[in-house]
Design a protein around this ligand. Structure first.
Ligand SMILES: Nc1ncnc2c1ncn2[C@@H]1O[C@H](COP(=O)(O)OP(=O)(O)OP(=O)(O)O)[C@@H](O)[C@H]1O
Ligand SMILES: [Mg+2]
Length: 308
């Protein structure tokens, strides 16, 4: 079993419209709703590949119940703590001119008691899992060192962790030395404290993080590719040419691929190739959900990995 943590899940609503106009009435052409939040996205991808997944975090109200039902239908074990507040919605508005506007709610407040219940459940679930995925932002009320605490608990149980978050949650989280982190360029710049202009800068920054105790640092560079710094040096994979429809969730597919390869005992080159292939395949779908797995296999063959 793989354990995923989503501290601020959402009903992800994707709208399509002609043009989005500020200060006007905007009628949407269509909408699709899926369970969202980064940890949940990773869960869906792992489950698509046949992995057993348990998802935990906080859910509340009718949207919470809806997410739980959808996860169970997808074969994902729901281990969320029920809260009094209502799980948020996130809106993605995709206009015909290619602009994507995201509207993100802060999410419900988490009380001390609910946090305590979650920590207790996490401590129990972590015993029976192969690896822990910690992804995304935290709802209001959750302390900034939450990921550090969860990583320490996992390490005490002898479990590996992958952390994909931003800002202070990431900065404090890496102090507990997760096994893998997956910042994008902006997130890595925040950690390092200055701009990273070229691949040389990125390589050096990843090296600094590794020296501080994180064994594997994957840096995602959007359409520009993916970097992986580990024991065997610093590898770079260019993104394959695909017709990108919607790149939301590409970071989550990198995380899912890294987890699957790590569990399979793959080497770093294989890890980066699969991660680049899966995330590019994810970019070709409009809906952030089902990845065309046959396309991943096709793309995997053509990915060239360079050593930096
Ligand atoms: N247009 C694209 N074509 C092909 N592959 C892409 C494209 N955009 C992103 N990718 C792949 O997805 C990976 C992750 O994307 P990105 O760096 O945008 O993640 P992110 O910033 O964490 O995004 P998010 O958190 O919204 O999922 C990239 O490293 C790359 O391998
Ligand atoms: Mg990301």
């Amino acid at each position: 079993m793989i354990l995923t943590v989503t501290l601020n899940p959402a009903v992800d609503k994707t709208y399509r419209t002609g043009e989005l106009l500020c200060g006007r009435v905007n009628r949407m052409r269509c909408v699709t709703n899926i369970p969202g939040g980064k940890g949940i996205n990773v869960s869906r991808m792992l489950s698509q590949y046949g992995y057993e997944v348990a998802a935990t975090g906080f859910l509340g109200g009718f949207p919470g119940k809806w997410i739980e039902t959808r996860l169970q239908k997808a074969g994902i074990r729901s281990e969320f703590i029920e809260i009094d507040g209502e799980t948020r919605s996130s809106m993605n508005i995709v206009a015909d001119n290619g602009f994507v506007t995201e509207i993100l709610e802060p999410g419900p407040h988490i009380s001390e008691a609910q946090l305590g219940a979650f920590l207790e459940r996490f401590g129990r679930l972590v015993q029976d899992c192969r690896m822990v995925v910690l992804s995304g932002s935290a709802a209001p009320g959750i302390p900034e060192d939450i990921y550090a605490r969860l990583i320490e608990t996992a390490a005490q149980a002898g479990k590996e962790t992958i952390l994909d978050t931003s800002g202070e949650l990431l900065r404090k989280g890496i102090r507990a030395c997760p096994t893998i982190i997956k910042p994008n360029r902006k997130e890595l710049e925040y950690l390092i404290g200055h701009r990273l202009r070229d691949r040389e800068d990125l390589k050096e920054a990843a090296g600094v993080i590794r020296k501080n105790g994180v064994p594997l640092v994957a840096v995602s560079l959007g359409a520009k590719g993916l970097m992986l710094a580990g024991r065997s040096g610093c590898l770079y994979a260019k993104t394959p040419q695909v017709k990108a429809e919607n790149t939301v969730g590409c970071g989550d597919s990198v995380v899912a691929a890294l987890v699957m390869q790590r569990i399979a005992g793959a080497g770093e080159e294989e890890m980066i190739r699969h991660a680049a292939a899966l995330s590019a395949a994810n970019a070709t779908t409009f809906e952030n959900g089902d990845i065309p797995l046959s396309l991943e296999e096709e793309l995997y063959q053509d990915i060239v990995v360079e050593r930096l």
